[in-house]
Design a binder for this molecule. Structure first.
Ligand code: EPU
Length: 404
């Protein structure tokens, strides 16, 4: 069963700060990033309670500015800026640094919030934002690598409580942005056009509590689909949304993988030979950067040459040197990885560097001969709910030697 989407639930949790009333969020994945975000909300004065995969949050009053240490640790926490500005007129978050996948600036977030009237300064590593009253504006949020997902989320949340109309041009079209817009609308906001490059938000005076079910995680679904293809196995993805997975399923089919719909589930299997495919990561509805590392493993197992080009994050190839330890033949040429596939992978100790790279290493380990030991698996627990348990159910021989 596919869990709720990490990248949808994080901004939705942040959006609960926009109202003093209780919110209920369903299908919340049990992830360390989610627990971090819950602690951040608590440090801002909200009461937070998990009841299985149901999260109850109420930010009756915003007290304080949040726990910097927590905010610093999780890049996704940048999306508290918009709701805090909207609700209280001030916000402070630690300026996120780069990470292993690239520089990760937040200039577009700040540009958008400034356009709504916020005064922003950066002092001692912190972003300080303040405004008497946010006012709607027309703004363009496209950057060098296309739109920004969390930047769009931030501006949408701030604009929900601004005076007047905000139009975001070159908005991110990801399903997670649509899920957030649906939640905001359930709270009484007026957001139109989410899922397209133009989003219009008509500010309202107040938002109320709402109940929402998070969309299924398309990246988790894609990861399991690739794992089945890489191991020559079969998987039934229950609860996945095929309409969120077009680019991934299309490439899998092109590579010779069988993709079948059966009612509400998706069946992925590999019966015949694999074929190499070239892939370029792009903003939605293009091929997701968050599946680039996993599909590279599949291509490393596929006879022939494939070129995988990363267009979203500048240095998201940390997995390449680890895959080489398993015997993969991959060369980096600028933003592209040239994969000479078809050789056998053989198990080795490898180290996870980020969330999706760790998923790729797990898939490689399952497909490799012998035993692979992946260290620093805390990266994987940030974004995959019980990945080892789910894989074991599918017949994988995988065990965790350290408690999560
Ligand atoms: N960018 C800027 N300026 C900004 C913001 C972004 O230049 O102010 C650039 C980035 O450097 C990057 C591109 O724009 O080159 C796209 O970045 P985006 O802002 O869309 O990324 P994000 O919102 O910070 C989310 C996901 C990522 C996912 C990206 C792209 C969350 C919590 N994170 O990040 O997820 O890779 O969108 O789809 O939603 C993951 O789950 O493993 C992960 C990294």
């Amino acid at each position: 069963m596919i869990s709720g989407a990490k990248n949808a639930v994080l901004p939705i949790m942040a959006a609960t700060l926009l109202t003093s009333e209780p919110c209920i969020i369903r299908r919340v994945p049990n992830l360390s990033d989610v627990r971090f975000m819950a602690q951040i909300l608590e440090s801002l004065g909200a009461t937070v309670r998990f009841d299985g995969d149901v999260l109850h949050v109420q930010a009756a009053k915003i007290t304080g500015v949040g726990d910097y240490e927590l905010i610093r640790k999780m890049r996704g926490s940048v999306c508290i800026l918009g709701p805090l500005l909207g609700r209280t007129g001030k916000a402070m978050v630690s300026m996120p640094g780069g990470c292993v996948i690239g520089a990760r600036p937040i200039d577009l977030h700040l540009k958008g919030l400034k356009a709504l009237g916020a005064k922003i300064s950066i002092d001692k590593g912190y972003v300080n934002a303040a405004v008497r009253k946010l006012r709607g504006a027309e703004l363009f949020l496209g950057g060098r690598s296309g739109p920004t997902v969390l930047g769009t989320a931030n501006v949408m949340m701030a604009a929900a409580l601004a005076g007047g109309i905000t139009v975001i041009e070159s908005a991110a079209c990801e399903p997670e942005v649509v899920d957030l817009a649906n939640f905001l609308n359930d709270m009484g906001a007026k957001v139109c056009g989410a899922g397209s490059p133009t989003i219009t938000i008509t500010g309202v005076k107040k938002l109320h509590g709402a109940e929402h079910e998070v969309i299924p995680d398309r990246i988790e679904a894609a990861t399991f689909a690739v794992a089945a293809a890489a191991t020559g196995g079969e998987v039934t993805l229950r609860g996945a949304r095929p309409d969120h997975l077009h680019a991934v399923l299309d490439k899998l089919k092109e590579a010779g993988v069988t993709v079948e719909r059966s009612g509400a589930a998706l069946n992925i299997s590999r019966k015949g030979k694999l074929k190499p495919v070239d892939i370029t990561t792009l903003p939605y509805s293009g091929f997701p950067t968050d599946v680039q590392a996993q599909i590279m493993v599949l291509m490393a197992l596929t006879p022939g040459i494939s070129i995988i080009t990363e267009r979203i994050f500048e240095s998201r190839f940390m997995h390449v040197s680890e895959l080489a330890r398993l015997g993969a033949d991959i060369a980096i040429e600028g933003p592209s990885a040239i994969v000479k596939g078809g050789g056998h992978l053989s198990g080795a100790p490898v180290m996870a560097s980020d969330l999706r790279a760790s998923a790729a290493l797990v898939i490689a380990g399952l497909a490799a001969r012998g035993t692979t030991e992946v260290s620093r698996v805390y990266h994987i627990d940030r974004g995959y709910e019980n990945i080892d348990g789910k894989l074991r159910k599918l017949g994988a021989r995988i065990e965790r030697t350290e408690a999560p």
